[in-house]
Unconditional design. Sequence first.
Lengths: 312, 258
Amino acid sequence: MRISKTFWIYTILALIGYAVVQMLITNGQLDMYYANLLITIAINIILAVSLHLVIGITGQFSIGHAGFLAIGAYVSAICTMHFHLPFIVALAIGAIAAAIGGLIVGIPTLRLRGDYLAIATLGFAEIIRITFLNIDYVGGAAGMQIIQQTNWTYAFFGMFVTIVVISNFTNSRHGRACISVREDEIAADSMGINVTYYKVLAFAIGSLFAGLAGGLFSHNFFIIQPAQFNFLKSFDILIYVVLGGLGSLTGSIVAAVLLTVISLYLQDFPETRMIIYSLVLIVVMLYRPAGLMGTKELPDLFKRKKGGKVHE
Amino acid sequence: MSNPLLKVDHVGIQFGGLKAVQKFNMELFEGELVGLIGPNGAGKTTSFNMLTGVYKPTEGTITFDGKVTNKLSPHQVTKNGVSRTFQNIRLFKELTVLDNVKVANHSLAHHSMLSSIFRLPTHFKGEAKMEEASLAFLEIFGLDVYKDELAKNLPYGMQRRLEIARALAAGPKLLLLDEPAAGMNPQETKALMDLIALIRKKFDLTILLIEHDMGLVMGICERIYVLDHGELIASGTPEEIRHNKKVIEAYLGEEVPL
């Protein structure tokens, strides 16, 4: 029952945060530039947290997350632009399509390990991108025109649902099974964990939320092009997870927020942008080799201090 | 006697041109404590890997509890009632001691993924049941004081104990112990022997163990199988094994004083 209590505290805090921002936006105190930054942050958090489940929790080094982002983006865009479905329905269909994509890619590739899995997922993401590039129905290389529909409310609740679902999943017997797969596959298998099932499951859930992010992402622009979903996008998401600390959900959130803000401010210095961005990454990796948070979660940091007092 | 719990019939495995184990026969009856010994590289751990589904035998059949298990994957074998420990400890290092046992208790609760995501009452009930059962196992092994410690931070002897606790939590009828006393001092080995005797009685277990510590093997095993170069060279009571010419030649070197 203690679990539900902390859950409600976080929920209420999050909703207050949402309401404050929403109020600032409606009152016009927060201009479009910052509102858009917040939406981008929310989308990147969804991506980071969904990949965290695959890499940080289940230990499957997938670097093709942009592929599932692309599926969600295109499928939801087709739903709204060609079939005129409501945005929320389009988001759901995009997410489910990405999850199915995840299953199709995951079942054959998750037999591979380490480097081989990384290469295979990278390859699949490129296949997905090039498929969209060659379909005239979605505009090919020129891209697809989209009516902007993503707003703060959609982005926030998308992010909220993602975090709740993935943290609830992690803190259950299913999440423990995934972590045991990360820790030692042979031992997990010998303790009665169906390793393949849990790998594919985590991959599919990760893809589902990447698809959700895709829907929000595509409807936050007026046009989407396959080039936006190339492997560099996959690496961006990977960096959030690694920089935040493998296995730390809050770490990946912190890193996603930090890097989104940094890369936005660096847009004013286009010549040196990538240099500074890379330097930031190098510095963090030098001083925090296990990522910003290591394997700890944000609340753990506070708990530790309290724990010390109790011992006194 | 009744039907054997485990029947290993002419089992062999080949890695390329190398026959690691061949014509391996073994019968375990319910409640027995049997040892499997042999020099290094004799194929003991390979046999364990075949019994647990990690390797698939290239010939012969393994029947456990009336079911042919040699085509099953490890988790299916475990659900069928065989669990094991590892020669080189394979704990989930970054998980707490309690969570290590909880992973093995995975099939004890049946709450679905959706009930966990929506935090339905079945989730809480299931998790509470797992927690209770896991704590009970830790208590038997004297590990309950370490329950929130990460497994990697435990001292070596405790890690070995935790591995046995974890294997037990998977609910086996047959427990396979791969060198449980490796690296332990005589006191720890003695404590371990008592512990094995205790859990065997408490959980109605059949135990098969690999061990190099002859004192331990001769002391607690009722029967012993001896492997050398992938082949079974002898089987029988400790007394028979101790005086078997082939065994002395291959392994013991001299008669074991006890």
